[in-house]
Design a binder for this molecule. Structure first.
Ligand code: DX5
Ligand code: ZN
Length: 220
């Protein structure tokens, strides 16, 4: 059964601390923090000072999903602010091997994110250097978009390559995840479901998280 990483992009920004506490108490496994720079994606969201401000609101791991053009310039700030997993994009402008190595050298887990149009094979040379693979199921930039089912075969391809290499790396999927699309993703092999709208806008946040964690559990 998958783990659940609510994305605070869909939270009430005027009371983010309480929102992080709310999902933690409701059983979230991670806090997914969407960082956008207005260049790599059109939108601008939050930075390391926000991560630092939220850190003492929760004891579960923080995932910083960096949708920024030059992640190598900022990984130290995100590490120092209390991020546990730092995800950088394959499409960003950087020496990716060096960035991933740098994240691990800071004592953090390195994640690699792949946009929908990017072939998953491009991630293969990095599989021995990462702790998490993020398959994007929307084009990043905004919450509340529709899930793109065509990305699902990427999960099996990545897992096949991991088997071949003898590495085991969890796969997170992010974008448009609901109970219905989470079911498809979990059956396709996703280990972590990032979900913004379907968690934060649910009338019952605990129930929404539990329903996502139950995805992929039925055999029919
Ligand atoms: C997209 C972000 C996602 C997104 C998820 O750019 O990386 O994490 O906020 O939000 P929903 O679940 O609303 O698609
Ligand atoms: Zn994200």
């Amino acid at each position: 059964m998958p783990l659940v990483a609510p994305s605070i992009l869909a939270a009430d920004f005027s009371r983010l601390g309480e929102e992080v506490r709310r999902i933690t108490e409701a059983g979230a496994d991670y806090v997914h923090i969407d960082v956008m720079d207005g260049v790599f994606v059109p939108n601008i969201t939050m930075g390391p000072s926000m991560v630092r401000a939220l850190r003492d609101k929760s004891s579960i791991p923080f995932i910083a999903h960096l949708m920024i053009t030059h992640p190598e310039r900022h990984v130290k700030a995100f590490a120092d602010s209390g991020s546990d997993i730092i995800e950088v994009h394959l499409e960003a402008d950087q020496d990716l091997h060096a960035t991933l190595k740098g994240i691990r050298a800071l004592g953090k887990k390195a994640g690699l994110a792949v946009n929908p149009p990017t072939p998953i094979e491009k991630a293969f040379p990095y599989l021995s250097e990462i702790d998490l693979l993020l398959v994007m199921s929307v084009n990043p930039g905004f919450g509340g978009q529709s899930f793109m089912p065509e990305v699902l075969p990427k999960i099996a391809s990545a897992k096949h390559e991991m088997d071949r290499l003898g590495v085991l790396i969890p796969v997170e999927i992010d974008g448009g995840i609901t109970v219905q699309t989470g079911e498809l993703a979990a059956r396709a092999g996703a280990d972590i479901l990032a979900a913004g709208t379907s968690v934060f806008k649910a009338p019952d946040v605990r129930g929404a998280i539990a329903a996502l964690r139950a995805c992929g559990g039925s055999k029919d």
